[in-house]
Design a protein around this ligand. Structure first.
Ligand code: NDP
Length: 328
């Protein structure tokens, strides 16, 4: 295949444009592994990239798509051979390096992670960057020494990609999970994933007090802004919150009160530059802990042709759970 299909983002005087285009192998960037992409996904950041609402893309033209799964087609990297099934999350994919919304990708072999045993490429992308970030968040809470015996865990943005997988993972690890959502119609589904309680997100999204009643010991927050400030203010003594997202906003209008009066910790989660050993640990745990039926219940599959429209609609908070883009 000399040419292949991809989504191409251009920025010119005519504006910011994302559309399907034919690419040639020669257009691919430097890398020691070429992968036939079988699946990608729609993450919140992909929505920001294809609409240009945030400066996610830092090279033009760009192929968006911050993650993919696929099969090695050519390799000069010692770790990879033709036919290996691989995953890639982050490392600038879809931002500074041509990304996953393409039938082919050429990348650095050091960025790749082997498809964990027990997962298919489609399942790995149902998890995708959102689910892998949820896992990094849970691992961070555990590394901090928190356990379900200390009290409940809250998940914000629970009906979204990061949130829904965080609900399932925390429940599996034994936590009593409080799922905060603006979609009450998804309450039964969130309970089927493992939530013990569903909270209306409006309880957390407006400006609140510096400290409130201690309601949870741990949190996974994909929302930021007032929501994160309120989650911190209601975290119990010695608890911690993993902050991984900004769906409400990038600001954090909080006080230091939870930190200095309750010893609460704020744990930062970055999936893009996360070192490889932690990535491998996260993927191994996802393969062992995430129930396949729950994963299926939170996944929608769309054809490659629908990727652009789906990426646009994720910014409106309309996507439930995760979306897999079938590329191959
Ligand atoms: P989704 O759109 O799938 O989920 C976000 C959820 O946040 C929505 O489903 C909604 O949940 C909630 N939400 C949306 N808008 C608002 C609002 N204005 N106020 C309060 N809640 C809101 O996105 P993802 O799960 O893919 O990503 C979530 C966040 O995590 C994004 O900000 C993304 O950039 C970030 N992220 C960060 C990573 C990292 O490396 N740190 C990696 C991956 C994602 P509900 O309907 O239940 O209320």
């Amino acid at each position: 295949m000399a040419t292949f299909k991809a989504i191409r983002i251009d920025k010119s005087e005519a504006g910011y444009q994302a559309a399907f285009a034919d690419f040639d192998d020669a257009d691919l960037m430097n890398g020691d592994v070429t992968v036939r992409v079988t699946h990608s996904t729609v993450n919140y950041k992909d929505g920001l990239a294809v609409t240009g609402k945030s400066p996610v893309v830092r090279r033009f033209p760009m192929i968006p798509g911050i993650d993919f799964a696929g099969i090695v087609e050519a390799s000069t990297h010692p770790a990879w051979k033709v036919g290996d099934e691989v995953i890639l999350n982050g490392w600038g994919l879809g931002e500074t390096h041509l990304g996953g919304y393409a039938q082919k990708a050429r990348v650095k072999g050091d960025w790749l992670v082997p498809l964990p045993q027990g997962l298919t490429c489609a399942q790995a992308m149902a998890i995708g960057t959102a689910g892998y970030t949820a896992m990094l968040s849970v691992l961070a809470l555990e590394l901090h020494g928190l356990s379900p015996a200390m009290g409940p865990a809250i998940v914000t943005g629970a009906a979204g990609g990061v949130g829904s997988i965080a609900v399932a993972l925390l429940a599996k690890a034994g936590w009593r999970v409080i799922a905060s959502t603006g979609r009450p119609q998804e309450a039964d589904w969130l309970k089927s994933l493992g939530a013990a309680e569903v909270l209306d997100r409006s309880e957390l999204s407006a400006p609140g007090r510096p400290l409130g009643k201690e309601r949870w010991a741990a949190g996974v927050d994909s929302v930021g802004s007032h929501t994160l400030a309120n989650v911190l203010a209601q975290t119990s003594y010695g608890g911690a919150v993993a902050a991984c997202g900004l769906a409400q906003g990038m600001d954090l209008p909080a006080t230091v009160a939870p930190f200095i009066l309750r010893g609460v910790s704020l744990l930062g989660i970055d999936s893009v530059m996360c070192p490889k050993p932690r990535r491998m640990a996260a993927w191994a745990r996802l393969a062992s802990d995430l129930d396949a039926d729950k994963l299926a219940s939170l996944t929608t599959n769309v054809p490659f042709d629908a990727a652009l429209d789906t990426a646009r609609s994720i910014l409106e908070g309309k996507i439930r759970g995760r979306v897999v883009v079938e590329i191959g």
